[in-house]
Design a protein around this ligand. Structure first.
Ligand SMILES: [Zn+2]
Ligand SMILES: [Zn+2]
Length: 452
């Protein structure tokens, strides 16, 4: 039985494009008592793999924490796989407001000691005694109360591109660091102030609120479903956003725009920018903010050192990073003295610039194409290829793309097509088509129509 990925990310990306079906990016978590996390993990892998669900999921004795991409048409079937477990009946799924079919390209489910690295000893406090959950509207109201202190329980690189106005944004790289810092900073306000907290999807606040209640804070509140769910409610209910900028997310999008305000700078040139990127050097993987100009000039690298490294032969690159344990991480968080415009401490409350509307949030120029069918034969002497149309239709005059591992990507405009042996204008599903192809193609090469 297959329990692990068999496709590479690149292969998966091509499959998703070829399928041409809409996918939903979503996240959820649940605290529970899971007896056998390994079995739970394997059962989920089998159920989700069958639904073409992808994502990064952590399971532990204490529960599950998942960020995923699911085909829209399988959404209800996916929900059923969750509801099969008592502790996930009626679970809230946080669906992203900005969609990207490539948000996840693998299904990775890991068994961990904990579902969030909070560094807390759960035996020392009651993890079920949590703060009051607030919906977006209620959250906005409590932020207007002068008696409220609002704390961002995400890491500094997340707050940097977007946060709630007036929030305390601890200068930390991990969640576990922020808990004692905030406890010390707010120790005089335990009795009378509202301690209001938020994070990306709500999971960090579940533990943090219980921890702060144990520390003696009387009035503890948390944003239900985090910023992801807040953004969704803003849209649905037409509420004013008290969050400015972008919500950092842990998938290939690296961010979801909530308002058009850009509140951060490119770490290399200082220009207003809030696009995070991963250093291209596999031995570095530093997560930092980089504008399009610096991206082009630096070829996605964080420093001239990394730029030199990526131009070395691969064997030398591998030798350089041996023993450096960073290459297999999703990304490396942290500061680097190479980044002149990386700020610490307090973050601005005002926009430095306004974001331009973007059709494609990954900012890649993509050729719009639809998959028509596959190559079945190539007549070498005549330079003619034979294909069967499996989707849509093909017309003479169409611009096409033939793609395969050996053939590469080759574009062509069709002057003349022969359909089921006769010259005609159009081929439909099921038709066998032949036409001249001035280069060698291979069996199973894919035939696409380019639409612009
Ligand atoms: Zn720049
Ligand atoms: Zn680097």
């Amino acid at each position: 039985m297959q329990l692990y990925n068999t496709l590479s990310a690149e292969e998966r990306a091509i499959m998703i494009d070829d399928a041409g079906k809409q996918r939903l990016t979503l996240s959820f978590y649940a605290y529970a008592k899971i007896q056998d996390p390994q079995k739970f993990r394997n059962d989920l892998f089998i159920a989700w793999n069958a639904l073409d669900a992808l994502g990064r999921i952590y399971v532990a004795h204490e529960g599950i924490n998942a960020q995923m991409s699911v085909p829209a048409e399988n959404f209800e079937a996916f929900r059923e796989t969750l509801e099969a477990y008592d502790f996930m009946k009626g679970i809230r799924l946080n669906v992203a407001v900005e969609q990207d079919d490539h948000s996840f390209l693998k299904l990775t489910i890991k068994v961990r000691h904990k579902i969030v690295a909070d560094g807390l000893n759960d035996d020392t406090f009651d993890v079920t005694n949590i703060g009051v959950h607030l919906k977006a509207k209620e959250f906005n109201e409590i932020l207007d109360d002068p008696n409220t202190i609002v704390v961002d329980f995400r890491n500094h690189y997340e707050s940097e591109v977007g946060h709630f106005k007036g929030a305390i944004t601890p200068d930390v790289e991990t969640f576990r660091e922020s808990l004692p810092i905030i406890n010390e900073q707010l120790k005089d306000y335990k009795e009378d102030k509202n301690l209001v907290m938020y994070c990306t999807g709500g999971i960090r606040c579940e533990k943090a609120s219980a921890y702060f209640k144990r520390q003696g804070f009387k009035n503890v509140y948390q944003l239900e479903g985090g910023i992801i769910n807040y953004a969704k409610q803003l849209k649905e209910e037409g509420l004013e956003s008290k969050f400015i900028g972008k919500n950092f997310v842990f998938d290939n999008r690296l961010g979801e725009r909530i308002t058009d305000d850009i509140i951060s700078q490119c770490h290399q040139c200082g220009k207003p920018c809030d696009n995070h990127t991963n250093c291209e050097n596999d031995g570095c993987h530093l997560l930092f903010i980089q504008c399009d100009e610096c991206k082009a000039a630096m070829e996605n690298c964080c420093s001239t050192e990394c730029l030199e490294i990526i131009h070395m032969p691969l064997v030398d690159q591998v030798r350089l990073r041996t023993g450096k344990q960073v290459g297999n991480k999703v990304f490396r968080k942290g500061k680097s003295e190479n980044l002149k415009f990386k700020h610490s401490g307090d973050l601005p409350e005002t926009a430095l610039a306004t974001a331009q509307k973007q059709a494609d949030i990954r900012q890649k120029i993509k050729v719009k194409k639809v998959l028509l069918g596959k190559a079945e034969h190539y007549y070498v002497k005549a330079q003619v290829g034979q294909f069967t149309v499996e989707n849509h239709e093909l017309n003479s005059g169409d611009k096409i793309l033939i793609s395969g591992p050996t053939t590469g990507d080759q574009e062509l405009v069709l002057d003349k097509i022969i359909v089921n042996g006769a010259e005609t204008q159009s081929a439909k599903i099921g038709d066998k088509v032949t036409f001249e192809v001035p280069f060698r193609i291979r069996l199973s090469d894919k035939l696409y129509k380019i639409v612009n």
